[in-house]
Design a protein around this ligand. Structure first.
Ligand code: AMP
Length: 391
């Protein structure tokens, strides 16, 4: 079965076509700046090596044009389509074949993900028009976190805010956490339900999850992807009173403060840069704030590892993934320093090795295994699409 995975953003479209017999990527592409004056399009056909790359195409007017372009560029057959959908609320616990009710439920969850769910739904509708009769499946970022117990997902607000406004922790990056957890269990020679893992998805957005026997028990992001550890430009956890204090004392509007918390904070807020490659370069030149940003980031990651070790009771392994998790040995070494009390001992020489293959970075004799495992959310979506359709 060939499964096309579609991820529609507000001004972007990413897609990959998988042959699920071999799990090989047949074709894939990215379109960015949809609706802007100069679009960017990259498409690659992996079987032939044919690459279409235009840095500045004439305008890609809208998602409809982008999807038509994609359909024209893909020459292989498509049997089914898997959509990444960010927010499924409490309605969806697993990958779900799309019908009218599912689309209505996605729309009903728009207020919880106003930047993501509407374009996701546009992608679904366009794909239905473009590929009539082909089965379509929604895989929600929130699915994997639906096993989190009530005591962990509720905020200590008046209870009716949960029932009336759906205010609770939903978590994000669920597809990535699930992929690396299953992959790591297999690499350890175990089934997912035989291990307890702490998975660390550290990229521009960061989330950390506590996974017991394959089921998520807690995750660091919250009702929105602003919570948890500090990120490239996002604050992570804050004292909630800071919001009102800023409103009262700076004259900023709610929208302006939202913008600061999401786009001007985190690593960037502390040192002016959000890409850790640049931050390390600055730190090496002696920049105090660049050094501080790295120290804060590693400290916050360390605290979550400690907290989630307590949540799980027994931990078999840690798994680092995404841009920072896979590539940044400095952050990993700092976050894992002096954690022998938790049974974590890393081998600094192994930690320095760069590889695109999954590998371990713990010392022989470390009670916990520490893995670096490249994530593959698209393959996970394709796999779940295939599973739900062949069930
Ligand atoms: P992601 O959101 O998973 O694509 O991760 C993007 C982030 O990963 C970038 O902003 C960088 O901070 C980080 N990153 C990517 N490559 C490297 C690298 N080679 N070394 C350190 N950090 C990296």
């Amino acid at each position: 079965m060939n499964v096309l995975v579609i991820n529609t953003g507000s001004s972007s479209l990413k897609y990959q076509l998988f042959d699920m017999n071999s799990q090989a990527v047949l074709a894939g592409g990215v379109m960015e700046r949809i609706g802007e004056t100069k679009g960017i399009l990259t498409h690659k056909e992996f079987s032939t090596g044919r690459e279409v790359k235009t840095k500045k195409t004439p305008v890609i007017q809208n998602h409809q044009e982008a999807m038509h372009l994609m359909a024209k560029l893909i020459t292989q057959k498509i049997d089914a389509i898997g959509h990444r959908v960010v927010q499924g609320g409490e309605n969806f616990k697993t990958a779900t074949p799309i019908n009218g009710d599912v689309k209505n439920a996605i729309q009903a969850n728009n207020p919880l993900a106003p930047l993501h769910n509407p374009p996701n739904l546009i992608g679904i509708q366009l794909a239905e028009d473009l590929f009539p009769g082909k089965p379509q499946v929604a895989v929600f970022d929130t699915n994997f976190h639906q096993t989190i117990p009530e005591k962990a997902y509720l905020y200590a607000l008046p209870y009716e805010y949960y029932t009336d406004y759906k205010i609770r922790k939903y978590g994000f990056h669920g597809t990535s956490h699930k992929y690396v957890a299953n992959k790591t269990a297999a690499l350890m020679g175990k089934k997912p339900d035989q291990v307890n893992l702490i998975t660390l998805h550290l990229g521009n957005g960061c989330s950390i999850s506590a996974i017991k026997k394959g089921e998520c028990q807690d995750t660091s992001m919250g009702m929105t992807p602003l919570a948890g550890v500090m990120m490239g430009t996002r604050t992570g956890n804050l004292d909630p009173a800071i919001f009102g204090y800023l409103m009262d004392n700076t004259g900023m509007t709610q929208a302006q403060i939202d913008d600061v918390l999401n786009k001007k904070s985190g690593l960037k807020g502390i040192c002016g840069l959000n890409d850790l490659r640049d931050i390390h370069e600055r730190a090496a030149q002696g920049d105090k704030l660049a050094k501080l940003a790295v120290e804060m980031f590693a400290y916050q990651i360390k605290k979550y590892i400690g907290a989630y070790a307590a949540v799980l009771g027994h931990v078999d392994g840690l798994v680092f993934t995404a841009g920072v998790g896979e590539n940044d040995e400095i952050v990993r070494a700092k976050a894992l320093a002096d954690m022998s009390v938790f049974g974590i001992e890393i081998d600094l020489a192994k930690n320095d090795i760069r590889s695109s293959e999954p590998h371990t970075i713990h010392k022989e004799g470390s009670r916990l295994q520490v893995w670096v495992v490249p994530t593959n959310e698209e393959l996970q979506i394709a796999t779940e699409t295939c599973q739900v359709l062949t069930k």
